[in-house]
Write a protein that binds this ligand. Structure first.
Ligand code: ZN
Ligand code: FE
Ligand code: FE
Ligand code: ZN
Length: 269
């Protein structure tokens, strides 16, 4: 299919299954051009004893992860990229910068999975939505996403509207919030990820929403493509739907990265 998948996990993160070789085999099977591993960076913003081994690899495994993925390069017709999915937590920018600069990543996905310590995308913490003012929650989420975008730590904004995952949707018009956010992403020269995992969760929608992606196109924000696979069979999953959305938004290229330098790759549209 000539596409790229820049967001897959491995068993190292504690909540995915499958070894790197199995993800690569699947990428070959579906005919990807590039496969980017973007496993969860260790939870650097928590003291080691408070890091849930079911959420991200332990710090001691980061070097092995880097070596394992780097060792796959050049061994397949699919080009392998070394990515990482890093949480943005305000106040921890310098620690993150140090950690990222210690490894030869091809790209860094910036994610928000925590709001004031609440893991809002974790099924085990879903009761946290109860009684929340969803309009305020979305404002809080997007203002943190704007800080992520301005931090100059990342190459790509991962699953930009992850807060919708469980289908708790606000009543307010989100367009002004989207617009403010997309302008900041454009000014920071980041790419935005089109992530099909949302289709497999209660919201049943790609991240980001079409309206958000249309704004990205208007502000000339490049896009990457990711399945967020946590099992090998999800590599490249629902990319036909992602292509359809990209086409609707007017995109004809996706961004690819090598050593944190961005280029663009023509989409089969
Ligand atoms: Zn995960
Ligand atoms: Fe994520
Ligand atoms: Fe992920
Ligand atoms: Zn993710």
């Amino acid at each position: 299919m000539g596409l790229v998948d820049y967001h897959v996990h491995t068993a190292r993160c504690g909540h995915a299954v499958g070894e790197v070789g199995e993800y690569l085999r699947q990428a070959e099977k579906v005919g990807l051009k590039e496969l980017g591993f973007a496993d969860h960076l260790p939870l650097y913003f928590l003291p080691p004893e408070e890091r849930d081994p079911g959420l991200a690899m332990p710090q001691a495994q980061l070097g092995d992860y880097v070596r394992e993925i780097t060792g796959l390069k050049g061994k397949s017709v699919v080009e392998v990229k070394l990515g990482i999915e890093a949480d943005y937590v305000p106040g921890w920018e310098e620690e993150l910068r140090k950690l990222l600069s210690a490894h030869p990543f091809d790209y860094v996905l910036g994610s928000i999975h925590f709001l004031d310590g609440w893991g809002f995308d974790n099924p085990a913490e879903i009761e946290g939505y109860r009684g929340k003012d969803l309009d305020l929650l979305y404002e809080q989420y997007f203002s943190l996403l704007q800080r992520l975008a301005s931090s100059q730590l990342f190459d790509v904004v991962a699953h930009p509207d992850l807060i919708k995952k469980f289908g708790f949707l606000p009543s307010r018009d989100l367009k002004p919030l989207y617009q403010e956010t997309v302008k900041i992403i454009a000014a920071a020269d980041l790419a935005v990820e089109v992530n099909t995992a949302g289709l497999r969760h209660p919201v049943k929608e790609i991240y980001p929403a079409a309206e958000f992606l249309f704004l990205c196109r208007r502000y000339r924000v490049p896009v990457t493509l990711g399945s967020d696979a946590h099992r090998p069979e999800d590599v490249g999953r629902d990319f036909d739907r992602a292509l359809e959305l990209l086409r609707e938004a007017g995109y004809c290229e996706v961004a690819v990265f090598t050593a944190r330098k961005r280029r663009s790759h023509r989409l089969p549209i």
